[in-house]
Write a protein that binds this ligand. Sequence first.
Ligand code: KG4
Ligand code: ZN
Length: 343
Amino acid sequence: MKKDFKILAIESSCDETSSSVVVDGRFCLSNIVSSQIDIHTRFGGVVPEVASRNHITAIDNVVDLALEKAGLKLNNIDAIAVTYGAGLIGSLLVGVSYAKALAYATKKPLIAVNHIYGHIAGNYLSFPELKPPFTCLLVSGGHTAIIDVKDYNHHQLIGTTMDDAVGESFDKVARVMGLGYPGGPKVSKMAENGKENIFFNKPTDMGYNFSFSGKKTAVINYIHKLTQRGESIPVEDICFSFETQVVDELVNKTIKACQDLGYDKIVVAGGVSANKRLRKVLTEKSQENNIECFVPDFEYCTDNAAMIGSAAYYSYLDGIGIADMTLAPKPNLNLQDFLYKNN
Ligand code: KG4
Ligand code: ZN
C-alpha cells in the first residue's frame, strides 16, 4: 500500500453527521461533527425520521468542510469509507448513499465499516503507538461488550449485556428524573455532588456478561416509592450511586477478562468512555494490576467519522471490507460481523 494513504470517511449512523480525512489510519487531518442533539433534546431522545432528514441537510457541507480543513480536494483522496451498520436505517441510508455516489463518481474504492469496529479504532488515533492484542471494553448507547482484540481485523466477543446497553441505561435513568437527553453526561454531572447511600441490587454472577436493566428498574422503583410517600427525590445521590455501581461492574469484569486473556493492555471505546468516573476508576484499577489502560480523547469517544477512517484503513490493508454499489445499510449489524464481506 502506498504511504500517506488518505481516506475520506463518513459516519451517519445515529444523530451525528460526520466526515473526516485520516492518513494511514493514524493521523486525523480533519474531523467535522454536526450534532443534532439540540434538535432531539426537545423530544427527549432521537427521533429516527427527524435524524435522517437532518443528515440529508447537513452531509454536503460536512464533507466539504472535512476536505477544506484537511487542505485537500477530492482528487487527493485515495478511498471513501462509510459506516454501514449498526444504526438507524434512515440515518445509515443517507451516509451509505452519499459515499456510494462519491466513490462511483470519482472511481475510488469504497470501504464499508462496522460502527463498533470504528469505536475501537478511535484509540489508534489517540494513541499512534497502540497495537493489538488488547482487551477492549466497548460501552456505547447501543452496545456493551468485552472484546478480545487479537489483531486489527481479528476480534472475539468475550462478554456482552443480557439486556440494556450501559449508555441506554444512563439515558433511561436520566429520563425518569427529567434530566434530559443524552442522559449519560447529565447523570454524570449530577453525580459530582452526590454520595453513595443507595445500594441497588447486584446482578447474579454472569461471568463476563453484564446486566443493567435491574439497576435501572431499581432506580425507577425507588423514585416511585419516594414520590408516593410525597418525599423529595435525592437526584444527586441517586446519580452517584447508580454511576458508581455501574462503573464498578464494568471495571471489575474488564480487569478480570484482561488477566484471564493474559494481556497487559485495556482499551476503552464508545460514547460512555467519555464518563469521567469510568476513565478514572479503570485507569487506577489497571495500574494496581500492572495493566496499561488506554482511554480515547473525548473527540473520539462519541460518534465521529475519524474513527471510521482509521478502521477502514486497517481492513483495506488486509484486502477486506471493500464494497461495491450493492452496499446496503445493515441496521442490526451484529457485533461479531466486524468485517464487511461482499457476498
Ligand atoms: O457511542 P455513542 O456516541 O453512540 C452509540 O454508538 O450508541 O454513545 C452514546 C451514549 C449515550 O447513551 C450517552 O448517554 C452516553 O453514550 N454517554 C455517556 C457520557 N457521554 C455520553 N454516558 C455516561 N457518561 C458520559 N459522560
Ligand atoms: Zn457510536
